[in-house]
Design a protein around this ligand. Structure first.
Ligand code: 5GP
Ligand code: MN
Length: 350
């Protein structure tokens, strides 16, 4: 059954309805697409694959479409080889999107974060469901959904979605492995304040379902190249600038380093966290000169709101203490722009 036409009235609902409203639609077989933000991380991949296995078990036709490629260190995940990359499987992806009865959008809340998929997604008239934990969602785009910034990860929300459904008994080890991946990566290995008592209860349940948490950690964090380790060494030695008057550390990686060390998607994940390991540093900013854009990662401790900072200056967003952004300007323009605007925040950073 193709519910798009039948439920085209959904296109006119401007407020997102509570996510429970989607459960009745899952009672019989549907064509479902799950999508995530570009360059999906452990939480985006974990939540989409966890939901993929769940919906498949319920008998739906499910496809995960990623807007771009993803980090190689996620390629061990159950179901990852079924994921389509919109950039390289464009025609097939568009066809599947066209057939979709339901679209799930996971771990992002603004369509532009899906890069080339932004317009095809906006044009779809089928039911759209949001599951996300970032600030300031574009709610008018979604029929049903949950946006909850207090959640550690989208994976935690997918767990809640499964457990609150009439189908909770199908939760199995495969789904648990995927869900654990995002809980682990989005909480910085359970060290961020978001790693609540409930997160640990969820983990206990996932371990009871048979996951091997030590193996998952090893798959994610102990499978990099020698070249990546030398790249990090070089960055810490030569690309780090500490501005004590602002309690800020900036690491700016030129494109020549990316080339020299053969740095791939995912190889720089976690690098920004080194900046906050210095005593007194409240704001860490990492700039990477990628081929098609300059990519910023921002992290903070305490009250300094990097979501706001990224939104105001670098077309980005995210969370209060972890956000990202991007720019089409040159590497050097980005560095000088950053240093110039930092002055405005001296008081907040004291
Ligand atoms: P990262 O620095 O790891 O790329 O991103 C940190 C957080 O900010 C993640 O939750 C990520 O989803 C979010 N984020 C990264 N880049 C952007 C962006 O360009 N726009 C928005 N809205 N969020 C972003
Ligand atoms: Mn996330």
């Amino acid at each position: 059954m193709h519910v798009c036409a039948e439920n085209s009235n959904f296109a006119h609902i401007l407020t997102m309805q509570p996510i429970q409203g989607i459960y009745p639609f899952l009672k019989d077989s549907k064509n479902i697409v799950i999508t995530v933000h570009q360059k999906p991380d452990g939480d985006a991949m974990g939540s989409s694959l966890g939901l993929y296995h769940f919906l498949q078990t319920l008998g739906h036709q499910v496809t995960v479409i990623s807007p771009t490629n993803w980090a190689g260190f996620l390629n061990w995940m159950p179901g990852v080889h079924d994921v389509l990359n919109f950039e390289t499987d464009r025609e097939k992806s568009l066809k599947i999107l066209d057939q979709a009865d339901i679209l799930f959008c996971l771990d992002f809340n603004i369509l532009y974060r899906t890069k080339g998929m932004e317009k095809p997604l906006a044009d779809l008239s089928c039911i759209k469901v949001l599951i996300d934990h970032h600030q300031q969602p574009e709610e008018s785009q979604f029929t049903f959904g949950e946006s909850n910034v207090s959640k550690s990860s989208t994976c935690e929300m997918v767990y809640d979605f499964i457990m609150a459904s009439p189908f909770a008994e199908v939760l199995d080890k495969q789904m648990a492995i995927c869900i654990y991946t995002g809980l682990l990566t989005d909480t910085g290995s359970f060290r961020f304040p978001s790693a609540s008592a409930q997160v640990h209860r969820v983990v206990a349940h996932l371990i009871d379902l048979g996951i091997n948490h030590a193996e998952i950690f090893d798959n994610l964090f102990d499978n990099f190249s020698e070249s990546r380790l030398r790249f990090i060494g070089n960055a810490l030695l030569y690309r780090l600038e500490v501005m004590y008057e602002y309690n800020t550390a900036l690491m700016a990686i030129p494109g020549s380093d990316v080339m020299k060390y053969n740095i791939k998607t995912g190889d720089t994940e976690g690098l920004v966290n080194y900046l906050l390991t210095m005593e007194g540093i409240k704001f860490g900013a990492l700039l990477i000169d990628r081929k098609d854009e300059r990519k910023w990662s921002f992290r903070s401790k305490g009250n300094f709101d990097v979501n706001q900072f990224a939104r105001e200056h670098f077309y980005g967003g995210g969370h209060r203490n972890a956000a990202g952004g991007r720019s089409a300007d040159s590497f050097h323009q980005n560095v000088s722009h950053f240093k110039k605007i930092l002055g405005k925040y001296q008081e907040q950073l004291q």
